[in-house]
Design a protein around this ligand. Structure first.
Ligand code: FAD
Ligand code: DHB
Length: 387
């Protein structure tokens, strides 16, 4: 089997890349380890920067997003008994949209299948070969145990943090920067109307809490917890008790899903080796506090799609050669923002009294200073794209 671009992973990065390439007349094959129901049901991100919404819209993927997405002009920050609205639109002229990642994934899977181009689910034992040559290959085993080979010009490693692409890069070229946080998030999806139209980020003595949503009837709520938290120790009543304490009154309802998410900052450099390009979580992870993971995946893919379009139109490899450098400039700014939001809003267990007071003062300063609110807002709605 042969194609131009072999894409490993059908998350937001791989699916969007395939779609943008198809619109540019470039052929691709997508290989995904999980089943279609699994990737379409996986509850994760929910917040899209205006630039991500514009990217999806320009790519013809915005129809349901515009119908069902919830557009937000602001958010609320809380610290103990203080509350302050950050007027995102007033401060930046831009907005964010709540639209579940799995909904965006469903839209992109449907768009891919409509093109008739290959999207193989439930592949196993995916391996990358000859990535430093002009004819890299991917091999895998299908559901029936049959082994396949795909020859391509380029491999896009869009296979998330645990996928094989990053691991296929030679250890001597890869540098890794990492920070693991001493806490995690316990997240729930509940059949209950959101307590507020806008998101609430709350710092509390017992730990951070976030109130977000998926629709007028579905609340998504997060609580800071221990990294090794045992969900069996969190019966529904205990979760609601903590949410009420940290967020004030929230509307209760049946809990449809519960999960614990570890928190880390991670960057692998460079994002390209030979004909292998990493995009999205395969190259970087941010702690979720700034809502940036899926948005960064979109930003990487914009650059990669433009670079590959240049290459196939005979405009040379200039953009391909600068892919890693261009992406990393944005990634490090977004890493800094996500780290800062995380550090400002969470309770650190080993934190000393001095640090705790400095942290409180910082949050009060952000709430009270127009300059600081503007800095938060312009990063939250999304920095401008370079390409
Ligand atoms: P993924 O979505 O991880 O996709 C990678 C795909 O590759 C997967 O489908 C996987 O099955 C597949 N794969 C892996 N190994 C193989 C293999 N060997 N062969 C073939 N396929 C393989 N981001 C935001 O922007 N906003 C938010 O509000 C936000 N909230 C979050 C909340 C939670 C609880 C979590 C967990 C994450 C959140 N994120 C958020 C992060 C966001 O979900 C990720 O950054 C995003 O999914 C990255 O997309 P991706 O396509 O790079 O990777
Ligand atoms: C959501 C998740 C986040 O991490 C965040 O900062 C904002 C919103 C969400 O799931 O809706």
């Amino acid at each position: 089997m042969r194609t131009q671009v072999g894409i490993i992973g059908a998350g937001p990065a791989g699916l969007l890349l395939a779609h943008l390439l198809h619109r540019a007349g470039i052929d691709s094959v997508i290989l995904e380890q999980k089943s279609r129901p699994y990737i379409e049901g996986r509850i994760r991100a929910g917040l899209l920067e205006q630039g991500s919404v514009e990217t999806l819209t320009e790519a013809g993927l915005g129809e349901r997003l515009h119908r069902e997405g919830l557009v937000h002009d602001g958010l609320e920050l809380r610290c103990d008994d203080m509350a302050e609205r950050i007027d995102l639109h007033g401060l930046t002229g831009r907005r964010v949209t709540i639209y579940g990642q799995q909904e965006a994934v469903k839209d992109m899977v449907a768009a891919r299948l409509a093109t008739g181009r290959p999207l193989h689910f439930e592949v196993e034992d995916t391996q990358l070969h000859d990535i430093a040559t002009d004819q890299p290959r991917i091999t895998w085993t299908d559901q029936h145990g049959e082994r396949h080979e795909l020859r391509c010009d380029v491999i896009a490693g869009c296979d998330g943090f645990h996928g094989p692409s990053r691991a296929a890069m030679p250890a001597e070229v890869l540098r890794v920067y990492e920070r693991v946080y001493p806490f995690a998030w316990l997240g729930i999806l509940a059949e209950a109307s959101p307590v507020s139209h806008e998101l609430i980020y709350a710092r509390h003595e017992e730990g951070f809490a976030l109130a977000t949503m998926r629709s007028a009837r579905l609340s998504r709520l997060y609580l800071q917890c221990a990294p090794d938290e045992d969900l069996n120790e969190w019966p529904d009543a205990r979760i609601w008790e903590h949410l009420h304490r940290r967020l004030g009154r929230v509307n209760e309802g049946p809990i449809l899903q519960k999960g614990v998410t570890a928190m880390r900052s991670f960057v692998a450099e460079p994002m390209r080796h030979g004909r292998l390009f990493l995009a999205g979580d395969a190259a970087h992870i941010v702690p979720p506090t700034g809502a940036k993971g899926m948005n960064l995946a979109v930003a990487d893919v914009r650059v990669l799609a433009a670079a590959l379009a240049d290459f196939y139109r005979g405009r040379g490899t200039g953009l391909m050669d600068r892919y890693s450098e261009i992406c990393l400039r944005r990634i490090w700014k977004v890493q800094r923002f996500s780290w800062w939001m995380t550090a400002m809003l969470h309770r650190f267990s080993a934190e000393d009294a001095f640090e705790h007071r400095v942290q409180t003062a910082e949050l009060h300063y952000v709430m009270q200073s127009q300059a600081m609110r503007t800095a938060l807002a312009e990063q939250y709605v999304g920095l401008p794209y370079e390409v």
